[in-house]
Design a protein around this ligand. Sequence first.
Ligand code: ATP
Ligand code: MG
Length: 415
Amino acid sequence: MIKLVRGFKDVLPAETALWQHVEAMIRELLENFGFAELRIPALEHTELFARSIGADTDIVEKEMYTFTDRSGDSLTLRPEATASVVRAYIEHGLYAKSPVCKLYTIGPMFRRERPQKGRYRQFYQVNAEVFGLHDPRADAEVILLLMTFMDRLELSGIKLHINSLGCPECRPRFKDALKSFLAGCSEQLCSDCLRRRDGNPLRIFDCKVPACKEAMQDAPSILDHLCNACQRHFYTVQSALERFHISYETDHSLVRGLDYYTRTTFEVLAEGLGAQDAVAGGGRYDGLVKGLGGPDQPAVGFAIGLDRLMELLVGRAQGFEKRPHIFIAALGPRAQDEAFQWVQDFRMQNVRVEMDFEDRSLKAQMRRANKLQASYVLIVGDRELEDGAAVLRNMNTKDQENVSVQDLVNVVVKK
Ligand code: ATP
Ligand code: MG
């Protein structure tokens, strides 16, 4: 038997109703906040990710699904959405219509990571990006959106961490301070981090190797090195969060796993997920649009990991399945034939209805109706047809009543 590829998974019907519910909630919220959906392809030129995410990141160094197309082009299954959204924003000149542009996208991402709890090689993200706003209230607004969503999901044990990564003005000064500190850590750092130390030392904050994490505990804080403008920006983000009663913790080690961030970064962590406890992350990336060949437009956004979110919601799947409103238990060939017509008529009126084509015993058909958790069962045999009345049974109260078979569908729909 051919099985799933390692690290991939199926989302089964028992779970999809909850997925759809959660996706509908976030779509509604995003649209209320002024976002429009963008659909981007799963495949892009490799260079798009190499240039945006950064060559020294885990994603680009070891996690991308990259292959050479028959035409010789190097293509990659998208490991994240921001790069593609920025590409589309530039390619279609979306900035020309209005510099302020709010886009969201929902779909699968691909990273060849070590499969484990909360870590898959295909996982789903909701992505939101705001282009064209320098104002720190834009950062606060996307965080507000995210935290409102968490709130509506009634999740407990949710924490928001925020940081500022500075800008091209102040970050180089911090890099120098960090390099001086790291010069004394040669013994502790892993080989990847030793290599990153000169070119991209901030990356070391994101290393998952315990010895590197330990070494970084005494590292200098970027928050002590921000220029005045970055300090003001970060201060305004925090005041806005306080104004809307969003609690947060500042975490100077929060650099995120992608190189394009500037100023604000944030992550939402959830209790009960074990080691992979980040459900969402994001930040500002003012240099990326220009860096990918577009106009000099600032941007801020986030990604929510739906798979981990669904893990937090297990046990809530019940109540979201789409059960039939009516099951028609038809007994005998004439009743079966009549029922087949009713089924179609009900469906045309958006009533969820099922019947049994096998013409089994009433007991067997009632068993199936129970299994499907139908709200009503309509019982009709050839004799009921002759008498002109079928039996409608309410499966919750067990009450039964007769309904005329003349115009039956309309009569039942009215009920
Ligand atoms: P982590 O630190 O857990 O590796 P990340 O920083 O690599 O996360 P992002 O690129 O910020 O993740 O993606 C945003 C969200 O997508 C994460 O918070 C997480 O919920 C989800 N996510 C990322 N990688 C995976 C994965 N391999 N499997 C499932 N969900 C993932
Ligand atoms: Mg990761």
